[in-house]
Design a protein around this ligand. Structure first.
Ligand SMILES: [Zn+2]
Ligand SMILES: [Zn+2]
Ligand SMILES: [Zn+2]
Length: 165
């Protein structure tokens, strides 16, 4: 994103919530959209694996990720994924929603990694939520379709599930 006051490129601040212009010092806090995502940049040359438009830099719950403004899917670094899931799940304590069964046809899906342009692996997410996701080991990236991250966040954890049976 370029500075709205002077047009110079802006730098993403730590915390991934705001951008600072190194030239004039202007600080911009992009608005959150309906998904709670702040779009921080312009479409890049990394293309959405499901709809092919350029992904944008974005932040969600203080995590920096890449986001598709059309299908609202998220490309998340594996290094931060576990922390992000934990943060989201902590915010949803007590609100366990029994997840829908996954759509197994998604396992047949062949997606291309936006970063290295090679095939991604599609498989069940090992954690809660009955979610099928795609990842690229080479680039350490997870692709989550719209809504899947929140499904993971809202799913009951294993302990709670056992307690309720
Ligand atoms: Zn500026
Ligand atoms: Zn998309
Ligand atoms: Zn890759």
């Amino acid at each position: 994103m370029n500075c709205p006051s002077c047009g110079a490129p802006m730098r993403l601040d730590s915390g991934a919530e705001s951008l600072t212009c190194e030239y004039c010092g202007n600080i911009v806090f992009p608005e959150k959209n309906d998904d709670g995502v702040r779009v921080l940049g312009q479409p890049s040359n990394e293309l959405c694996p499901t709809c092919g438009i350029g992904l944008v830099d974005a932040s969600f719950s203080s995590a920096h990720l890449r986001y598709c403004t059309r299908c609202r899917g998220m490309l998340i670094d594996m290094d931060i994924f576990a922390d992000l899931v934990q943060t989201l799940r902590r915010g949803n304590e007590g609100g366990g929603v029994i997840p829908q069964p996954p759509d197994r046809s998604e396992l047949q899906r062949r997606l291309t990694c936006p970063h290295c342009r090679q095939a991604m692996e599609t498989h069940f997410y090992a954690g809660p939520g009955n979610v099928i996701l795609s990842d690229c080991e080479r680039c350490s990236l997870n692709w989550l379709d719209h809504g899947k991250l929140m499904r993971i966040a809202h799913a009951p954890d294993a302990l709670r599930e056992e307690a309720e049976v």
